[in-house]
Structures are given as structure tokens and as C-alpha cells.
Design a protein around this ligand. Structure first.
Ligand code: MLT
Ligand code: MN
Length: 303
């Protein structure tokens, strides 16, 4: 029987790597042609069992480029066709929803999200470009297993997060476990499963229990250090303020996963300031030595 497979089509965080307007830090290495860094597009993965029908998890602003560089996503039959049969959005951030606008042109697919994320889309009328009679919007709840109808089942769960940046009013609450930011567990037909958590402010006890002993976890790899945007001189915010736990430090993901017995730990949603993007960096070696893989665009994970 076919089993679940996943392709990381965009391994970078919002902005991508390099970021279009960044002439510092890690991005400048790319602009200068440094062989130790590889460009990455914005945050998205795809999953399939039969290789014909795919679930897109997050629709990034780079989706058109991602489709072009991913042959299994090319249209194959008839005048209008796409192997993207369903889209699941894990939060309302721009890097995860803006690509929905590219998926217009009267192409039917199912759009799965929580009511909180559907509200973000409904409040922004531009998303009405996805005609509701063509794109069915299905509301997910935090309980139960949902079926795509093409071999993949999934459940969602709350992850410590915050409202999208463009909807912040004053100081947002950070780290609430609500429907605003969710993680996903994908199931294949033989019970094989993988977790996808591209944004996470902290590993709560509930989340630790859920992820323990997993086969595969694709996890928030935004920042190496909480203050890295400040020290790089490219921003005023800490990782915590952005709703992302960093890799190092006592509350970082490397320490938090140390005893979780996860077979494959893969960092995705990697920010353009993160030194793990540099192949020969001490930080990359440290993450790899701790058992982590650093995703690149096109990376395939077979379960
Ligand atoms: C995030 O992951 O924190 C967001 O994508 C930030 C943003 O919207 O630029
Ligand atoms: Mn993001």
C-alpha cells in the first residue's frame, strides 16, 4: 500500500531566504554568491499518498514559483487541472495565506482552516477572489480526525501563538493555545504519521506529550537565538514577541526536544537571520549534532 509522503516546498520563514530587501546578516552572503547558503522560499509543505492528489499545507506568497519547481504539482489533464486537491492553513500570517490569491482562476479545492483563520480571510475581502461556490471552505475543530478524501487523514491541535502581525492592536497576547495557530498531525493509510508545527512560541506540557515518540516532526525553526534580529541590526523584536521559540537557550527547541524520542526532527520556517542556513557554521553543526535536520526546498520525507 502507498504510504504518506511529504515534500517541503518552502523551507524559509516569512520573507524567504534571502529576504528581498535585506543586505545584512545571512542574506548578504546569498547576494554575494557564497556557496555555503542556498535560497529558500516561504513556508509550505505538501503531502500525498498516491502522488496524484496533494494536500498543500499553507499557501505561501511563493506558491507559483513552488509549483513551477515541483513537477508533481504541475497540471496534467484537461483544460483546467491541479494536483492540489486541498489546502490547509495553520494560521493567518501573510506567509501562510497570501498564496491563496494565486490559487484563484476557478479551480476547485477544499480549504481547511479553523474558524479563527477563516475569520481572518473573511475580514479581508480580497480573499473573496476564491469563489465560495468553487473553493469549499471547511471549518476545522480541535477535536476529531478529518479526512481529505484522498488517503490522508489529519487532526489539528492548538499551539502557543498569537494573532497575525497585520492584525495586532497594541500589545498582543503571546503564547495562548487557541485556534489562532494550530499544528497538524497527518496520517497515512497504514497509520504512519507526521507532525507539522511551523510556528510555536513554546513547548507546553500538552504539546510535549503529543509530540513524544513521533516518527517525524517538522518544527518551527525561525530563529537560532531569541535576540538574533536585534543583534543582526535588522529588527526590534525578539523571537518570543514574534510568537516563535528559538533553537538555543534553556527554553529553546533543541533543549525541549532532547528527551522526546522523536525519530526525525526537521526545522522548517527558517528565518533569513538564522545562522543554521550557513552550511559550514558552528550553529549548523550544533543543530545537526543534536539530531536536527535543516530543511531545504524540495526535501522529501517518506514515512
Ligand atoms: C511569523 O511567522 O511570525 C510571521 O510570518 C511574520 C510575518 O507575518 O511577517
Ligand atoms: Mn511565518
Amino acid at each position: 500500500m502507498d504510504r504518506l509522503r511529504i515534500v517541503v516546498i518552502g523551507a524559509a520563514a516569512g520573507g524567504g531566504f534571502p529576504q528581498w530587501n535585506c543586505g545584512k546578516g545571512v542574506s548578504i552572503r546569498f547576494w554575494r554568491g557564497d556557496d555555503n547558503v542556498t535560497a529558500r522560499t516561504q513556508s509550505s509543505i505538501i503531502a500525498s499518498v498516491d502522488g496524484e492528489q496533494w494536500l498543500l499545507l499553507n499557501a505561501s506568497p511563493d506558491i507559483r514559483h513552488q509549483i513551477m519547481s515541483t513537477p508533481v504539482l504541475h497540471p496534467r489533464q484537461g483544460e483546467r487541472h491541479s494536483p492540489i486537491s486541498a489546502v490547509l492553513v495553520t494560521n493567518g500570517d501573510i506567509d501562510h495565506i497570501a498564496g491563496l490569491l494565486t490559487l484563484r482562476e476557478r479551480q476547485p479545492f477544499t480549504l481547511f482552516a479553523t474558524s479563527a483563520v477563516h475569520d481572518v480571510l473573511a475580514r479581508n475581502a480580497i480573499f473573496d477572489a476564491l469563489d465560495r461556490s468553487t473553493v469549499e471552505r471547511r471549518t476545522l475543530t480541535l477535536e476529531g480526525v478529518f479526512e481529505t478524501g484522498f488517503g490522508i487523514g489529519f487532526e489539528i491541535f492548538p499551539v502557543p501563538g498569537k494573532v497575525p502581525l497585520f492584525m495586532e492592536e497594541g500589545e498582543p497576547e503571546i503564547g495562548a493555545e487557541t485556534e489562532t495557530t494550530v499544528g497538524v498531525r497527518l496520517f497515512g493509510p497504514s497509520g504512519e504519521s507526521a507532525f507539522y508545527v511551523p510556528g510555536c512560541a513554546r513547548l507546553s506540557p500538552a504539546l510535549r506529550n503529543r509530540l513524544a515518540n513521533a516518527e517525524v516532526v517538522l518544527f518551527d525553526g525561525t530563529l537560532w537565538a531569541d535576540d538574533e534580529m536585534l543583534t543582526a541590526g535588522v529588527g526590534q523584536k525578539t523571537g518570543q514577541r514574534m510568537g516563535h521559540m528559538s533553537m538555543v537557550g534553556p527554553d529553546g527547541s533543541i533543549a525541549a526536544f532532547r528527551d522526546l524520542n522523536v525519530r526525525r526532527k526537521i526545522f522548517v520556517h527558517i528565518n533569513n537571520t538564522n545562522p543554521v542556513l550557513i552550511e559550514n557554521s558552528a550553529e549548523r553543526r550544533q543543530a545537526v549534532a543534536a539530531g536536527w535536520e535543516i530543511a531545504e526546498d524540495g526535501m522529501e520525507v517518506r514515512l
